[in-house]
Write a protein that binds this ligand. Structure first.
Ligand code: PA5
Length: 457
């Protein structure tokens, strides 16, 4: 079970966080009932039990039936339609998987590549070069089915697939995840006869990692989707019953709320293991899009330690005192899937005959212990420097602990946004940019806005 260590958070803020406790437990109850602000988008809550486990069976069946004709999974999507999946892949894959020989025991899964999360022409050209030497399967994911970035990437990649394999064979290598009935992608997929999965109406993009949005590409890429759902289910079950005021979900939400009330404006999620970078990107989207509206919300920032201790660490220690920080800590960061735990794959600082680098005092110590010491030292230093610091502790890095973390942050984020008085589940700011993009590119229906923008420019 996830643990929140608050020892290095300011006593004053902990005191004022207590004042938000009953509001927070009421907000959680409203999320459970679906009658909070934006309540029509609370379908992610308790998702594994309500739909997830059944969906996982369907997804596994689909993956088993198509067979492993592919060595590469192309995931086309942006924001909530790709970050959760990528977070799992990056956290649990060998960092050098693409360069290691395919026979290596660390490389048993297909390679996962991404498109549609930017508008880089160079990136797409390079991806096509790469795909022409691989056997790809393509999962295009868009809830609305109209987002420009994935739509453009999909048109390019679909063209590549159809030219290379012919329309019928290409259709077998494409799976679409989108709305049940609306949007261009749904229409296109029905016309072309693609296999489809549904993004539920009541789950928004950034809360959708445990739905088909995450499960389909992760299952195609060989990850343990049952583990992911089990971890999340464990977290949701821990939120049953009464006496939740001291639950880590409520504590995290109320401490953040108290920090915001006290003028804190930047919330850092710090990690000592580089493979967690995309988990933190997912968290940034979740909190940024859920809270950042109507002038509210702390700016969510991610810092990679110890790398960033040699750049932004100076600011965190000594700059403007409007920061709080949480350290994301797994008990074991070599993923179980790569031999962590089971094989005791550890690395010690080796013996050197002469102590010419002055590292004799570290001989025989695990590198991860040195990293841990750096994290603890940093936490104390930053807290002494006036940055209230939390630590989130999880079990060994695996699908299951990531599932638990996703459910934890989703629930805490919904409660935290409700405590700020904003709807956690809309994203009017994202829509504003999407409309301007349509208008500037001349999409039919956006002529008036296009004219207005051109006049201003
Ligand atoms: O959280 C959200 O809803 C957004 O960030 C979306 O995930 C993102 O804009 C992509 O939208 P879509 O899946 O409709 O292409």
């Amino acid at each position: 079970m996830i643990r929140l260590d608050t020892r290095f958070f300011s006593a004053e803020l902990k005191q004022s966080a207590n004042e938000f406790q009953s509001e927070a437990t009421a907000a959680l109850a409203a999320v459970k009932r679906g009658d909070c602000s934006g309540g029509e988008f609370t379908g992610w809550y308790d998702w594994p039990r309500r739909h997830g486990f059944a969906l996982a069976e369907e997804v596994k069946q689909y993956v088993a039936n198509i067979g492993r004709f592919y060595d590469t999974v192309v995931i086309i999507g942006i924001g909530g339609s790709y970050l959760g999946c990528r977070a799992v892949v990056d956290a649990l894959s060998h960092s050098y998987a693409s360069s290691l020989s395919r026979g290596s025991k660390s490389v048993t899964k297909p390679q996962v590549v991404y498109a549609g999360h930017n508008l880089s022409e160079a990136g797409l050209i390079e991806l096509l070069d790469f795909l022409s030497e691989r056997e790809p399967i393509v999962n295009v994911i868009s809830k609305s089915g109209t987002t420009t970035e994935p739509a453009v990437a999909f048109r390019v990649i679909r063209d590549h697939m159809e030219q290379r394999y012919g329309k019928a064979e290409a259709a077998k290598r494409i799976v679409a995840t989108t709305d049940a009935s609306k949007g261009a992608l749904r229409r296109l997929a029905s016309d072309a006869g693609y296999k489809t999965f549904v993004v539920p109406d009541d789950v928004g993009g950034r809360f959708s990692v445990l739905t088909a949005v995450g499960l389909v590409p992760l299952a195609l890429a060989g990850f343990d989707i049952d583990g992911l759902l089990n971890g999340a289910d464990q977290l949701f079950r821990s939120l049953e019953g009464e006496g939740l005021a001291t639950h880590p979900v409520i504590e995290y939400a109320t401490l953040r709320r108290a920090a915001f009330a006290a003028g804190k404006r930047v919330d850092i999620l710090a990690y000592g293991e580089p493979r967690l970078a995309t988990v933190v990107e997912w968290w940034k989207q979740l909190f940024g899009e859920s809270e950042g509206k109507s002038g509210q919300g702390m700016f969510p920032a991610g810092l990679s330690y110890t790398t960033d201790l040699h750049s932004l660490g100076q600011y965190v220690q000594d700059g403007c005192r409007n920061l709080i920080q949480t350290f994301l800590n797994f008990s074991e960061t070599l993923p179980v899937s790569l031999g962590g735990q089971k094989l005791e794959r550890r690395l010690r600082v080796p013996h050197a005959a002469h102590n010419d680098d002055d590292l004799g005092y570290l001989e025989g110590r695990h590198v991860s212990d040195i990293n841990q010491a750096a994290m603890i030292g940093t936490k104390v230093a930053h807290s002494d420097g006036g940055v209230p610091s939390l630590e989130l502790n999880l079990r060994a890095l695996s699908e299951s602990s990531l599932g638990e973390l996703f459910a934890f942050f989703e629930t805490a984020c919904a409660v935290s946004a409700l405590l700020l008085g904003v709807n956690p589940f809309d994203q009017p700011g994202v829509e504003a940019y999407k409309k301007n993009l349509f208008a500037l590119l001349g999409k039919p229906g956006f002529e008036e806005l296009g004219g207005e923008l051109r006049r201003r420019l």
